[in-house]
Design a protein around this ligand. Sequence first.
Ligand code: DLL
Length: 432
Amino acid sequence: MIWNPEYEAINREKLRELQLKRLQALVKWVYNEVPFYKGKFDDAGVKPSDIRDLEDIKRLPFTVKNDLRDTYPFGMFAVPMEKVVRVHSSSGTTGKPIVVGYTRADIHTWSELTARVAVAGGADAKDIAQMAFGYGLFTGGFGMHAGLERIGASVVPVSTGNTERQIMLMKDFGATILISTPSYALHIAEVGESMGVDFAAMPIRLGLFGAERCSDKMREQIEDKMRISATDNYGLTEVIGPGVAGECEAKNGLHLNEDHFLVEVIDPETGGHVAPGEIGEIVFTTLTKEAFPVIRYRTRDLTRVTEEPCACGRTLARMEKVRGRTDDMLIIRGVNVFPSQFESVLFEIEGIEPHYQIIVDRRGAMDDVELLVEVSNQLFLGEMKELLAFEREIEHKLNIVLGIKVDVKLVEPKTLERTSGKAQRVIDKRDL
Ligand code: DLL
């Protein structure tokens, strides 16, 4: 099923015409309404009338997270506050949060986009949708809620926390869809198992997961434990929240809502476009947002985009699952490594649970990396000698792939902290 075939299966030539028309109107709008953009465009020597085709987007300056921080809280809004009906915010780990605003029309657009994502993942009006994203300044709860309501599903806004009650309600209400982060879904599955819950006997059939990376292995684990089919969806507060891109049932990339967002993939070092289909940093320009438009917003998320036709009939381009973020990159004794590389090694090894934590510290002048990994109960209860040999084997495999020495510590199942939001995989204790 496609929620809005007129746009989701649009002829790509027509799409480009629509994008250009919207881009031209947007650039004019922000130039006149947002002093920040006027200043940046003037500095770059570009006027709204210079945007004659889509390629001209390259003439516009990028927007980065710090630009949004510097204008905290409402400095980037393109409409007066009386037109703003909602604000959300992204916490970030340091400094001031980023605040975004929505007009009534933006809220309407947003639910259209999350409706698309939900339907692409297999949801429909008959579904009972258990919303286990947080409601609040985080965009996940309210954003997905509106889309599911719009398609006519019965939404149960449980929010996060109290996992046992979450499972009880899931059972009693006969939820057919779970909407959450993949780490929280895995936690729900594990708590369910320990409560003796038989997910196979429950009506739950789909998972709409997003807001953080979910490797294929982790997806399989959740699907297996909960007896569901799960899809991945992507978004970020600065662009709108969830609803930027969502996987269809072909599960081969996330369809980007290109009628509302113009997508570029750039080389994070040079800022130039990468060749089509190559990996780079994904950059978004909102084409229809009123209160908080962004121009060439650098997400720091690394992925690749393909325009190849998809089996589902949508013509919207697909982004591959996010591989990592440019700011995830750890520099260990001069070597660049991404947490997803640890994961790719770990998840190939039998007996490893999908819970791990990377702890980086500095001893004297040396960086020290410790990797805590949960192993299956069966393994953990085995012989010490075997456990130690297993640790050395993992260290060896990591060394081959990452080129650094990692100190692996196997830990008992269920000892690493669980979360109802996004998992924290890296703890960097270095004072860099
Ligand atoms: O996480 C919005 C969202 C909510 C998306 C619910 C999907 C579902 P932020 O909190 O601003 O917004 O975080 C945005 O999270 O730049 C990515 O690094 C990461 N992220 C979001 N979705 C995915 C995903 C929401 N499906 C940041 N896969 C983004 C990997 C994701 N990373």
